[in-house]
Design a protein. Structure first.
Length: 272
């Protein structure tokens, strides 16, 4: 039985509605999938850019921190250099002041004689030579001669050795030095410098150029001690002589100087 035109049209409309519905559903499915893929890609891109931004700022922070460290290091170095310069200036002033005080020791004849006695005897002990030459300032000749006369018997008793000690009267030490002696072996190849300036330099070396904040007390090898301007006598422990025996020495008076306590020198990075 044939369908009427109305039925055909109805069927066609029904089929068209079905097709249209399927198309709409398919379009919605495509849109949803596209939206999902878009969101995923957008999230990936956002995360990638976020990481890049974070890395960029982390790098910037590290650069800034590094620059701060470099600047702080430079400031600290400048501050240290400033402190070292101030320390060197202070040490120079202290040593200059100490050298000026040496003249007071020389002016006190009794005190200076005791000092020369110790310096001459110490030189003999250090050289252990049969023939010794002593150089001194011309004005110190009488005192040095007396010191040599005292030192020879003490040296002989302590070392069981003879010593021919000659005072050089042809080449005196310069008059501008503070005092003291230089002692040579017979051929002048070995020298013991016991001038007051050389002893002061030795004091500065042994003390590590003075420790701030503490009273600078110094001990010379094989010598006594002067603390606060008072002379103290300290016996020499002894000396091992070439034959291998250990010779114990009698007491020898020597003079050391106590430099003024230096003031604290401080600085900070801000002051640089």
């Amino acid at each position: 039985m044939a369908l009427s035109d109305a039925d055909v049209q109805k069927q066609i409309k029904h089929m068209m509605a079905f097709i249209e519905q399927e198309a709409n559903e398919k379009a919605e499915e495509i849109d949803a999938k596209a939206e999902e893929e878009f969101n995923i890609e957008k999230g990936r891109l956002v995360q990638t850019q976020r990481l890049k931004i974070m890395e960029y700022y982390e790098k910037k922070e590290k650069q800034i921190e590094q620059q701060k460290k470099i600047q702080m290091s430079n400031l600290m170095n400048q501050a240290r250099l400033k402190v070292l310069r101030a320390r060197d200036d202070l040490i120079t002033d202290l040593l200059n002041e100490a050298k000026q005080r040496l003249s007071k020791v020389v002016k006190d004849t009794t005190r200076y004689q005791v000092l020369l006695d110790g310096l001459v005897l110490q030189g003999l002990y250090q050289l252990l030579e049969p023939r010794v030459i002593v150089r001194c300032r011309k004005q110190d000749f009488p005192l040095v001669k007396a010191a040599v006369q005292k030192a020879i018997p003490v040296y002989k008793i302590a070392t069981k050795r003879d010593a021919d000690v000659h005072i050089d009267q042809e080449a005196y030490l310069p008059e501008e030095i503070a005092g003291g002696v230089e002692i040579y072996n017979g051929d002048r190849k070995i020298k013991v410098s016991n001038t007051l300036e050389s002893r002061l330099d030795l004091i500065a070396q042994q003390a590590g150029l003075i420790q701030p904040g503490n009273l600078a007390k110094f001990q010379l090898s094989m010598c006594g001690q002067l603390v606060g301007g008072e002379t103290h006598t300290q016996g020499l422990t002894g000396l091992r002589v070439p034959n291998g025996s250990f010779v114990h020495f009698p007491q020898v008076t020597c003079v050391l100087f106590v430099l003024p306590t230096p003031r604290q020198v401080t600085s900070s990075p801000n002051s640089a």
